[in-house]
Design a protein around this ligand. Structure first.
Ligand code: HEC
Length: 130
């Protein structure tokens, strides 16, 4: 009994931690709609309006994208976009970049919720059908 209790406790704690880790990222439908416009203004020239990528720019939706980004926290994607995208030219403000990531999540089959996405979000990218 002396050993069992701590072991049981850590199993429950670990379980809670793991389910918190794998909850899907959240965003609102309004964000995704605003993100579509901002994406078409700032990203579509290279990544295309269909998010399939082109020339050098990789796809932002579909199997290749999901193979790399699926299971990763959505705020990592946001951090990457804030740091690196677009590679040149006018940078959208942080609110627009959050909306653009919401749009990318939606285009990868994730569902909107009532909680807006921002860099405090702890959820992961969880494409549909995986
Ligand atoms: C001038 C063309 C161009 C524009 C505009 C552009 N990108 Fe990119 N993007 C690229 C290229 C090229 C890469 C590959 C970079 C690399 O591999 O280092 C890339 C990579 C990415 C990646 C990483 C994809 C992956 O799976 O590795 C993301 C996410 C991304 N871009 C998002 C965006 C977003 C969001 C915007 C608009 C705010 C944007 N990009 C605008 C050219 C562009």
């Amino acid at each position: 009994m002396r050993l069992l209790l701590p072991i049981l406790c850590s199993v429950f704690l670990l379980g809670g931690w793991m389910s918190a880790q794998s909850a899907p990222a959240r965003f609102t439908g309004n964000q995704a709609r605003a993100g579509r416009t901002a994406y078409n203004d700032s990203c579509a020239t290279c990544h295309t309006a269909a998010l399939v990528g082109g020339l050098d720019a990789p796809p932002l939706a579909g199997a290749d994208f999901q193979g790399f980004w699926g299971g990763r926290p959505a705020r990592e994607l946001l951090a990457y976009v804030k740091a690196a995208m677009p590679p040149a030219g006018r940078k959208p403000d942080d609110t627009s970049l959050e909306s653009i990531v919401a749009y990318i999540l939606e285009r990868n089959g994730m569902s909107a919720s009532t909680v807006p996405f921002d860099d405090d979000d702890q959820g992961v990218i969880q494409p549909s059908g995986r």
